[in-house]
Write a protein that binds this ligand. Structure first.
Ligand SMILES: C[S@@+](CC[C@H](N)C(=O)[O-])C[C@H]1O[C@@H](n2cnc3c(N)ncnc32)[C@H](O)[C@@H]1O
Length: 391
């Protein structure tokens, strides 16, 4: 394994501090994982990233202002946004831009949780979807050996940069440009597959490419935004089984693959009003929004905002044109307004009642079974009742 002896003391101290931050959080780092975070520097992978200034994303490089503040930011347990609407921070004008982040270096404690679940041993063949900055691939190289790592990203700019940075710190994994849901080196099979972009369902190719006994760790997110992580083990019959992890995870969707549907413009509902049983704020509880997602068709789009400080949620199903607005009122029950054939808040209210009846089960109590055709989530309640939903 490579040791980064050429690093200066400041960067070594920063890595020790990051490793301690992760270890003090919800992840108890084992010696191998702690060794990876201690040995692999983060700063070579994010020489420029965006900092937030209100609505704007401003590029921030080592040479902008106080270098110690820059290094502290790189080694905080935070995600670092590197690309907004396809523009890498390295190519952005100094005044920055507004837009939607399209690539980032994930928060290290979340990476640690996922790598812990992936259980990477030396010599394991690993496929990572979402190379991004290359930092997670570098940690994988440290854990398995760089000749065993393949990482893919849909952006050629990102893969070119990630490859150069991995090489610069001494790692030579296979870095490929393409859609990680479908493009693989011919006949390649893997012991471990990890995605760092979220999907609504597990792409069948990931199950096919994983060897029996192998592990897949993947962020699942639907349009209600209840992001979670699933860890599955591939079975000899070609299916995979596992469970949802405790950690919530808000990954950007896999693009052009089987990620969540792109946002569409929601029509403003102007139909009849009724009083809501629950506020749209309930969906901010990610355990519930994960549960509610299981009760909704896959294409429903959720948007939310605040108007005069009050929570406003809209749901829109492009499949049949239904749109529902749920507004908190200054006093009394929230108000529901719908247009189109269906009131989209009704199945969520029913899901909420069911969730309460089940005593608000935690996400890590759900299991997941995935075949190439059918994928299901199951909750086996303590009273013996078994509840199952299609993913
Ligand atoms: C959260 S970032 C990945 C972070 C990365 N692992 C790191 O350590 O910096 C998600 C990445 O997924 C990539 N992505 C999105 N859709 C993809 C697809 N279909 N195939 C491969 N990569 C994709 C994005 O370009 C983005 O770089």
């Amino acid at each position: 394994m490579t040791d980064f002896v050429d690093d200066d003391q400041r960067s070594i101290r920063a890595r020790v501090s990051l490793t301690q931050q992760i270890d003090r959080g919800s992840v108890l780092l084992g010696p191998r994982l702690a060794g990876a975070f201690l040995n692999v520097p983060r700063h070579p992978f994010v020489p420029v990233f965006y900092r937030r200034d209100g609505e704007r994303f401003i590029p921030w490089r080592f040479t902008d202002g106080d270098p110690d503040a820059w290094l502290d930011a790189v080694y905080m347990d935070d995600s670092l946004i590197t690309e907004v609407d396809g523009l890498h921070a390295e190519h952005a004008e100094a005044e920055g831009l507004t837009g939607v982040p399209t690539s980032s270096s994930t928060a290290p404690s979340l990476m640690a949780d996922m790598l812990d679940a992936l259980d990477v041993h030396e010599g394991a063949e690993v496929y990572e979807v979402g190379a991004g900055s290359g930092y997670n691939a570098a940690l994988l190289c440290h854990l398995a050996g760089d000749q065993h790592i393949t990482t893919v990203d849909r952006s050629e700019d990102l893969t070119t940069k990630a490859r150069a940075r991995l090489n610069a710190v001494g790692f030579r994994p296979l870095v490929i440009h393409g859609d990680g849901a479908r493009e693989f080196p011919p006949a390649a099979k893997y012991d471990r597959i990890i995605a760092t972009a979220s999907v609504r369902r597990i792409p069948p190719e990931w199950l096919k490419r994983c060897r029996p006994g192998g592990i897949v760790v993947v962020p699942l997110k639907g349009t209600l935004a209840g992001g979670m992580l699933a860890r599955l083990t591939k079975l000899p019959d070609g299916t995979a089984t596992g469970h949802i992890l405790h950690t919530p995870a808000a990954f950007m969707p896999l693009q052009n693959g089987t990620g969540a549907s792109p946002q569409t413009t929601t029509p403003l509902p102007d139909g009849p009003h009724r009083e809501a049983e629950i506020s749209g704020r309930e969906l901010d509880d990610w355990t519930f929004s994960f549960f509610a997602q299981l009760h909704m068709p896959p294409g429903v789009v959720r948007t939310y905002s605040r108007r005069d400080g009050l929570h406003v949620t809209t749901l829109h199903d492009p499949a049949d044109g239904s749109a529902t607005l749920i507004q908190d009122m200054p006093e009394g029950a929230p108000l529901v307004t719908s247009t189109g054939p269906r009131d989209l808040w009704k199945p969520i209210e029913a899901a909420y009642r069911h969730w309460q009846q089940l005593n608000r089960p935690r996400r890590e109590w759900f299991t997941i079974e995935a075949g190439t055709a059918e994928q299901t989530v199951t909750y086996a309640a303590p009273d013996g009742g078994v509840h199952r939903w299609s993913l």
